[in-house]
Design a protein around this ligand. Structure first.
Ligand code: MGD
Ligand code: SF4
Length: 709
């Protein structure tokens, strides 16, 4: 029996982009349980298993509680060897922070600001992400700042920003579930990855008889609620969506008035789509022609239709074109700026939407103000008191490989675990060995920490105050419930201390300017600076959120109620831009040596690199080791049985061995693996093949060989 709660603190979940709110029950500075809060705007009384039971990582003995520096640095000696950075020594904050400042100034002076890279964190608050953007740009003088959106929805942000002018979800989930008459879920395992949304969609299907079409290479759980499951081969979504548009045009179902009045570029898409007749599409995708016609009838007879997608669409070398195709489809049907419609990319991390909004991206300041736009550059130069660069910086997927030729010399990473989560783990390890100087700000000694020179103890979401922005663009409070463990500090405090010391030590001193300083006393002050410089957050404040308001950006001023639905009357960019999407094969196709396809993702019980969920007892009891989904026919061919339960999977980059889960969720020729456990992470196998526009890796298609182990 858990003891009676001393106090309850309402906060926002740290795991996924749904943004559930709940109460942390605290006794003796310890969270003892999570209980529902009926006023929670997105989820009401509902949470998923991670939100409810996944919190014991907070008090886990592995937590970092002291700054740590490698012994060789404290002794002023050379690094023991490339692959060995030597002993950790616990130290005090001043020693660690001063050392970082000296090193960063020396790299900037010797090799230039672009020799330093900054990774921000979608696990951290808006306020902390804003500071990481300011740190890179104002303090260091580089646009080399990015975060894990690069691995997740960079294709969405790039694709929708070009076609619509705004890269975010257009309609809130409550609106869609109340007003859509049909839905297309394409490349989103909604019930496992956004569980509370998955439950709401199921309810809409059961109670309102919404017609659900699921397009997914796997028979994921939500297909049970679908009237139609389109089971395309991985990497063929462009052909599928172009094929649907072909049929829409063939039948004359396109919304001519909407196309005429609200869009441009339609002719180019019409011509492109004519290259995708249903027979060709069926050949590329493996979907029967009749099902393509059936899907179109469902969407047209049951308007409005809302589209949902996630990483099944974005994590491809054609990720951006996948997004163009879905935006084109919805423009063709006129499903924008209305209740129950729109394009709805489901963002993964709790605050990946906010981290993008806050300018933790190499091409934009907060609020998507382009670094290449003169007016934006001047605005931030005037605000921060330093000259800024107008050249787009490097992405996460470029900064790490750039260690090999020495263009990245030093990295400052906040709350990311690239050794587990970037593609091609062996190569990532090699690249991190090449780094001269690496500061990691974490809550745990992660797999990536092996390569760090300084390890700074940040705090978890229950020890900090600030805001997260959920996938619906809804800004919500995160409230401190317990005191930080040991000497751990709020992440915004740590970044500010490093910034101040670099400014004091170096020769890049800001002129007097309204937001030049780093003297924040709390995260509320940072939010005021964000609001002043970010038009879409202009009216957002901790005061309004603490008073019970739930605000969707754009919210330009203090009296604005927020904007739940985007593109009403006109698109953010003016007219919606139709852009042709061209089908190309994935970077790796199966061949004689690697005849199977592996696709990858998470399972409901774990979170990405697993640092937090592998330290949650309840979750480990249910899912304590990696399992690879294998189809019954492949299992039979491989000779899997009660005694032979493991498989060895090999790609051109490495191999892993793990338990097989023989299941009809995957068709013959396809396996599904996750990246939660270091010894058999799918990323040992994946390839760093990037979309040329968004630079996202193709996590969803890898050619592999599989044998019984
Ligand atoms: P996480 O495991 O969430 O993944 O990539 P990452 O962001 O690297 O790492 C976050 C780290 O932050 C953890 O180590 C955690 O301990 C730490 N942390 C948590 N809270 C805090 C805090 O408040 N302060 C600090 N300082 N640290 C904190 C995720 C990335 O992975 C994403 S977003 C996607 S969508 C990709 N998906 C994907 C896939 O589908 N397949 C494959 N094969 N790989 C993938 N990798 C990608
Ligand atoms: Fe947390 Fe997402 Fe689960 Fe809600 S659905 S409790 S936000 S992990």
């Amino acid at each position: 029996d858990a003891p009676k709660a001393e106090k309850k603190v309402t906060t926002t979940c740290t795991y996924c982009g749904v943004g559930c709110e709940f109460d942390l029950n605290v006794v003796d500075n310890k969270v003892v349980r999570v209980t529902s809060n009926p006023n929670a705007p997105v989820n009401g009384m509902h949470t998923c298993v991670k939100g409810r039971f996944g919190y014991d990582f907070v008090h886990h003995p592995d937590r970092l509680t002291k700054p740590m520096v490698r012994e060789y640095l404290l002794k002023g000696q050379p690094r023991p060897s490339k692959s060995d950075r030597g002993q950790w020594v616990e130290t005090d904050w001043d020693t660690a922070l001063n050392l970082i400042a000296q090193k960063m100034v020396s790299y900037r002076d010797t090799y230039g600001p672009d020799s330093i890279g900054v990774f921000s964190s979608a696990k951290c608050t808006n306020e902390e992400n804003y500071l990481m953007n300011k740190f890179a740009r104002q303090v260091i003088g580089t646009n080399n700042v990015d975060h894990c959106a690069r691995l997740c929805h960079s294709s969405t942000v790039a694709g929708l920003a070009t076609t619509l002018g705004s890269g975010a979800m257009t309609n809130p989930i409550a609106d869609i579930c109340a007003n859509a008459n049909s839905m297309l879920i394409i490349g989103s395992n909604t019930t496992e990855q956004h569980p509370v949304f998955g439950a709401k969609i199921r309810q809409a299907v059961l109670r309102r008889k919404v017609k659900l079409v699921v397009a997914d290479p796997r028979k994921i759980d939500i297909t049970e609620f679908a009237v139609l499951h389109l089971q395309q081969k991985p990497g063929t979504d462009i052909a599928l969506v172009n094929g649907l548009m072909y049929i829409i045009l063939e039948k004359g179902y396109e919304n001519k008035v909407f196309i005429e009045e609200r869009t441009e570029g339609f002719e180019a898409v019409r011509e492109n789509v004519l290259q995708y007749p249903p027979e060709r599409v069926s050949e590329i995708t493996g979907i029967p022609v009749e099902q393509l016609y059936e899907a179109v009838e469902i969407f047209v007879q049951n308007a409005p239709m809302a589209v949902f997608w996630a990483m099944g669409i974005t994590q491809h070398t054609v990720g951006v074109h996948n997004v163009y195709a879905l935006a084109d489809l919805q423009m063709m049907l006129g499903n924008f700026g209305i209740k129950g419609g729109g394009v709805n990319p489901l963002r993964g991390q709790n605050n990946v939407q906010g981290a993008c909004d806050m300018g933790a991206l190499p091409n934009v300041y907060p609020g998507y103000q382009a670094v290449t736009a003169e007016a934006a550059q001047k605005k931030f130069e005037d605000a921060w008191g330093v000259p800024l660069v107008n050249k787009v910086g490097r992405t996460v997927t470029e900064m790490i490989p750039a260690t090999v030729d020495g263009s990245t010399k030093a990295l400052y990473i906040l709350g990311e675990n690239p050794v587990m989560t970037d593609p091609d783990t062996n190569h990532v390890r090699h690249c991190l060995e090449e780094l001269d100087f690496f500061v990691l700000q974490e809550i745990f000694p992660s797999e990536t920490a092996v390569y760090a020179d300084v390890l700074l103890p940040g705090v978890t979401f229950v020890e900090k105050t600030g805001t997260f922005t959920n996938t619906e663009r809804r800004v919500q409070m995160v409230r401190q419930a317990v005191e930080p463990l040991g000497d751990a500090r709020q992440d915004w405090w740590i970044t500010s201390q490093i910034a101040k010391r670099i400014i004091d030590l170096g020769n890049r001193k800001p002129a007097a300017a309204p937001y030049a300083a780093w003297d924040y006393q709390n995260s509320d002050e940072i939010m005021k600076e964000i609001a002043a410089l970010t038009p879409s957050y202009g009216g957002i404040s901790h005061d309004r959120l603490n008073a019970g308001e739930s605000l969707h950006w754009p919210c330009p001023d203090a009296s604005h109620p927020g904007t739940p639905i985007l593109h009403i009357g006109k698109f953010t960019r003016g007219k919606g831009l139709f852009l042709p999407a061209i089908h190309l094969d994935p970077s790796e196709m199966p061949d004689d040596n690697y005849p199977m396809v592996m696709t990858t993702g998470r399972v409901i019980y774990h979170w990405h690199g697993g640092e937090m969920t592998r330290r949650a007892k309840g979750l480990m009891e249910v899912y304590g080791q990696a399992k690879i989904e294998v189809s019954p026919s492949d299992a039979e061919r491989l000779g899997l049985n009660k005694e032979v339960t493991k498989v060895k999977v090999t790609s051109r980059r490495g191999s892993i061995t793990a338990e097989a889960w023989v299941t009809e969720r995957v068709p013959e020729g396809l396996i599904y693996a996750n990246f939660h456990f270091p010894e058999n992470s799918a990323n040992i196998l994946t390839k760093a093949a990037l979309d040329p526009i968004s630079k996202i890796p193709e996590y969803k298609v890898t050619a592999v060989n599989i044998e019984a182990a």
